[in-house]
Ligand binder design. Structure first.
Ligand code: FAD
Length: 435
């Protein structure tokens, strides 16, 4: 019987395993060095905040694996030999495979700062990181203050987590507003104000120089590069993005760049070895998508697509229109299509931005100046329907059509009733200014 081995029990690896099982009788082994069972990485924060228990973030009951004949192996793969189709474990043993799926996810990005080895310096990616945070920041007596390096999605989650225990939080953000490498400026500024309204101090245009420790090897402060100022703290959160977790492939011969290079069939440079999820990098970019897509639903889509190929129905990864969502304290964010931040905005892209006087809701719609073709929308504090925007993007609707029919995409008719006139008026004013 063909043996499919999967390195990684995250959303990508487990989705591939489930779908291969649905389609075949193959022997399947899932390996992880992190946990016995699959869990929802996106829900890590809710465990620290006390909204969920660990078992609530495990989507499957413990019996699920055996019932579906999915063998689980706890261990760290330290090397792969494609010539003999063998995995080497750090623990000393080996495992043969017929087909190998690498779904090894991401790891925290660091930039070689002095002091990274100190107790209290940590990322937020793994279950072990969550346990560390519980130990390092159990309450505001043992940890009165923390500094978070980097203003992105994981950084704001960590800030929210620490604030639930009344720990003082300072965020060092290199840019002049929050997450400007992904968001247009009006939105980024609104988010900075919102995060600050939750008691977080954001130091914009501020870089970390180094982290200082005490004589016991514990963090005591960070030093700001621009001014030399010291900010005392017990915890330093490193949230300067993630990178593919691929160091164990160094001598395998598998071609890598930032991630493991794959084609649209998710094949690597080595026969019978595939890569999916956060660790995979598309050789040819798909539209405006980043070549490494570190998001949950694309890991799931890659797992589904690859299962088909492994079971004999060759299938290409075809993610369709881009979308994503996140939450910044109380403000929900959704994005469909492409609304580019200033640094990536092309000559042909116009943007219409509307913000509610509450300073908690806004939308930005992007479109082609010449043809008026709708390119994408960002919404903050307003919940929209995925299927409607997905259809409008595929149908290449004009921005005028989208504005006229925005009500159809809205989950909250009350909101639209209150603001419809205002949004339409603001849109026409923008168009007149452009003309
Ligand atoms: C705090 C946080 C919040 C997030 N929130 C969102 C969100 O709101 N929306 C969203 O779309 N995305 C979010 N993401 C990103 C999302 O969680 C990831 O894109 C997704 O979990 C990646 O899944 P994966 O299957 O590729 O890898 P992972 O879930 O990272 O799983 C990889 C597994 O492989 C194991 N592994 C790696 N190397 C080896 C080895 N050599 N031997 C054995 N095991 C190995 C790892 O230990 C790990 O268990 C968030 C991420 C984090 C960290």
């Amino acid at each position: 019987m063909e043996h499919i081995v999967i390195i990684g029990n995250g959303i990508a690896g487990v989705t591939a395993a489930r779908h291969i099982r649905k389609l075949s009788d193959k022997k399947i082994t899932i390996i992880s060095a992190e946990t016995d069972h699959f869990f929802s990485r996106t829900a890590l924060m809710y465990v620290y905040m006390g909204h969920m228990r660990w078992r609530d973030i495990e989507p499957y009951e413990p019996w699920f694996w055996e019932k579906n004949r999915l063998e689980l192996k706890k261990g760290y793969v330290s090397a792969i030999d494609p010539s003999t189709k063998t995995l080497q474990f750090k623990e000393g043993n080996t495992m043969p495979y017929d087909k190998l799926i690498i779904a090894s996810g991401s790891t925290t990005n660091t930039f070689g700062w002095e002091g990274l080895e100190l107790n209290g310096v940590q990322g937020l990616v793994t279950k072990q990181d969550l346990e560390e945070l519980e130990k390092n920041a159990p309450n505001n007596i043992e940890c009165p203050s923390a500094v978070i390096i980097g203003g992105g999605l994981i950084g704001v989650e960590m800030a929210e987590m620490l604030r639930t225990r009344n720990i003082e939080v300072t965020m060092l953000v290199r840019e002049d507003a929050f997450w400007t490498n992904a968001l247009p400026h009006g939105e980024a500024e609104m988010l900075s104000r919102h995060i600050e309204s939750h008691g977080v101090t954001i130091r914009h245009e501020t870089n970390l120089d180094k982290i200082l420790g005490d004589s016991d090897g514990n963090v005591r402060a960070v030093v700001i590069k621009e001014t030399g100022e010291e900010i005392p703290c017990k915890v330093v959160g490193i949230t300067t993005g993630v990178k593919p977790n691929i160091t164990f492939l160094e001598n395998s011969g598998i071609e890598t760049d930032k991630g493991i290079l794959v084609n649209r069939k998710l094949e690597t440079s080595e026969k019978d070895i595939y890569a999916i999820g956060d660790c995979a990098q598309q050789r040819k970019t798909i539209g405006n998508r980043p070549p490494v897509e570190a998001v949950w639903y694309t890991g799931r889509m890659m797992g589904e697509a690859l299962a088909q190929t492994i079971c004999g129905n060759t299938f290409e990864y075809n993610p369709g229109n881009w979308f994503n969502s996140a939450k910044f304290f109380d403000i929900e964010y959704q994005t469909y299509g492409w609304v580019q931040p200033q640094e990536r905005r092309k000559e042909f892209e116009a943007q219409f931005h509307w913000k509610c006087p509450s300073d908690k809701r806004c939308i930005t719609i992007s479109y082609r100046k010449e043809s008026n073709e709708f390119l994408g929308i960002n919404t903050f504090g307003i919940r929209m329907k995925h299927e409607v925007f997905d259809r409008w993007l595929t149908e290449k609707r004009t921005v005028d059509y989208v504005i006229q029919h925005l009500k159809q995409a809205n989950f909250d008719p009350e909101f639209y009733k209150n603001y419809e006139k205002e949004i339409i008026k603001a849109f026409h004013t923008t168009k007149e200014i452009e003309a």
